[in-house]
Design a protein around this ligand. Structure first.
Ligand SMILES: C[S@@+](CC[C@H](N)C(=O)[O-])C[C@H]1O[C@@H](n2cnc3c(N)ncnc32)[C@H](O)[C@@H]1O
Length: 279
């Protein structure tokens, strides 16, 4: 067993144990997200939340999470012709399912460390009639069981925060992607030097089994493995709004108490990075 394997097992066990959780409860439409939402217009969202009952409030929060997916997909620049996409850290398949519905010729491989998540994602794809174009596998995105040069697009939404090594991630993405491929990473990023950064990072790492990275690490590691940054979006403000609104739910996940102030105060940043592969 390699030293990093123990960590991967811990992350896998964490997601294997998360079944009837908040993410599952919010997903009345069968699309389970494991990521932040985006709320751009806080005033109007707040007005709706105040008058919404429990179910309607949860639906609003879920919709803001789906909004993040749609926002991020634009940066994938997916072709309408046949192409292959890797969903690196696919959770219970939310992004893959939405992408497959949006792009009928896209073929998708989703990988997660969790056997339970892979099975749940497969069942969701079957239920939506998408299983011919999406395969979900239990595998590590740091050592994928696939040949080199096969993916045209790669998507990593709130999964790289778990990784012990970003250079290893960008290196593996460079191996499995074709030259010119587009990679979109969406991630919570710790903000070094911020007075609350150390405390919030310790908490988040502990509760979610993370190894939160800095922006410099995302930029340096990408560049060192041939990934040229073509676009960056700072989504910290709409993510902070999301956490503050989520804190209004009657029953949240219990992590709102630190995530809301961490994003609102700037100890955590929420960024989208789009890279193109030069090799
Ligand atoms: C917060 S969830 C995000 C899931 C999904 N991307 C979404 O946005 O709903 C993190 C996911 O990353 C996966 N993950 C973490 N480390 C991984 C690794 N080394 N290889 C594959 N998946 C990994 C976990 O198994 C989990 O599915």
């Amino acid at each position: 067993m390699k030293p990093g394997d123990i960590w991967l097992k811990k992350v896998a066990a964490y997601y294997d144990s998360k079944k009837k959780d908040l993410n599952w409860r919010l997903a009345a439409d069968g699309i389970i997200h494991h990521h932040n939402g985006l709320i751009f217009d806080k005033t109007s969202f707040l007005r709706k939340m105040k008058t919404a009952g429990t179910a309607a409030g949860e639906a609003l929060i879920h919709r803001s999470e789906t909004e993040l997916s749609g926002f991020g997909f634009k940066f994938l620049d997916c072709p309408r012709k046949r192409a292959r996409l890797l969903d690196a850290g696919c959770g219970r398949g939310g992004s893959s399912l939405l992408l497959a519905e949006r792009y009928p010729l896209l073929r998708i491989t989703g990988v997660t460390l969790s056997a339970y998540q892979a099975a749940a994602a497969r069942a969701a794809a079957r239920a939506r009639g998408l299983d011919a174009r999406i395969e979900f596998r239990r595998a590590s995105m740091l050592s994928l069981p696939v040949p080199e040069n096969i993916f045209d697009r790669a998507w990593a939404c709130e999964s790289t925060e778990h990784l012990p090594s970003l250079p290893a991630f960008f290196g593996e993405m460079a191996r499995v992607c074709v030259p010119g491929a587009r990679l979109v990473v969406i991630a919570g990023v710790r903000n070094p030097g911020h007075p609350g950064e150390k405390r919030f990072t310790r908490l988040a790492n502990q509760v979610y089994f993370l190894k939160l990275h800095t922006e410099k690490e995302y930029l340096d590691a990408g560049a060192s493995r041939g990934w040229e940054l073509t676009c960056k979006k700072d989504l910290t403000r709409p993510a902070a709004n999301y956490w503050n609104m989520r804190a209004m739910l009657q029953k949240g996940s219990g992590t709102e108490f630190f995530a809301a102030p961490a994003f609102t105060g700037g100890a955590f940043l929420y960024h989208l990075y789009a890279y193109d592969l030069v090799k």
